[in-house]
Design a protein around this ligand. Structure first.
Ligand code: ZN
Ligand code: FE
Length: 252
């Protein structure tokens, strides 16, 4: 197992994540929504936190950084160079395409702007895992606070280029609301029905695969004729269909 990944519920609806490389003992937190629960889990496992990888600047993703830094000597905090002015102090500023390490396990930084500008995801190919923050979420995607619909669609398209087996770890558990919206858009999608059923049986099942998302997440399906037909938007561009889906979800 190249990375042992643990989901650590934080705040009211954030997912904190710990990714541990057993070979070197290195452990990264992906985002730092809240220090307490992360520190408790690290103690329970006997892991020493070596890294924090930040996805974007929102408070519910960065507020635990200072306390983690105080608790773990030599902690290295990584985030997007373009957002360094509004992230906690960074030890390593990265950009899209850059490599990151958790011990001996290499990952890649992917630009997923849209929810915010300067939002990045981290993909660890050897571990078949992607940490997507508030870009791609289970059966949904983040709201567009700073970027445009075409920017978010381009971001999701970059994520869709990853292998179908990639486990997707997103920053929040909004699956109940997302499922209701997805069902309202594509009531006859059998993959969606199966996903919703599976989520009911295992509510903690946040680490779905990209292949499952591609089949059931309406926002990833904006380019498909079936989705365009479901919205009465035959002939519209993929971007316009995505924008319409995002508008409908905002009003849902
Ligand atoms: Zn956010
Ligand atoms: Fe968030």
């Amino acid at each position: 197992m190249p990375l042992v990944i643990e989901v650590v519920p934080c705040r009211t609806d954030n997912h904190g994540f710990l990714a541990h490389d057993a070979g070197t003992g290195a452990t990264a937190a992906i985002d730092a929504p809240e220090a307490g629960p992360l520190i408790d889990r690290l103690r329970l496992r006997g892991w020493q936190l070596s890294d924090v990888l930040l996805t974007h600047h929102h408070g519910d993703h960065v507020e635990g950084v200072a306390e983690l830094r105080a608790a773990f000597r030599g902690l290295r905090v990584t985030g997007h160079a373009a957002d360094a002015h509004r992230l906690p102090p960074l030890d390593r500023a990265v950009g899209p395409g850059d490599a990151v390490q958790i011990g001996s396990v290499s990952g890649e930084v992917i630009d997923v702007s849209g929810h915010t500008l300067g939002h990045i995801a981290y993909h660890f190919g050897a571990a078949d895992a992607a940490f997507t923050g508030d870009s791609l979420m289970a059966l949904g995607c983040g709201r567009l606070f700073e970027g445009t619909a075409p920017e978010m669609w381009a971001s999701l398209t970059r994520l869709m280029a990853l292998p179908d087996t990639t486990r997707v770890y997103s920053g929040h558990d909004y699956i109940a609301g997302n499922a209701a919206f997805a069902e309202s858009v594509e009531p006859a999608n059998p993959h969606l029905a199966a996903r919703i059923d599976a989520a009911r049986r295992a509510p903690e099942g946040v680490h779905v695969t990209l292949g499952e998302e591609r089949a059931a997440n309406p926002f990833l399906r904006a380019g498909l004729p079936a989705m365009k037909a479901a919205l009465g938007m035959e002939g519209a561009t993929d971007e316009d269909v995505f924008a319409e889906l995002r508008r409908r979800k905002d009003r849902f």
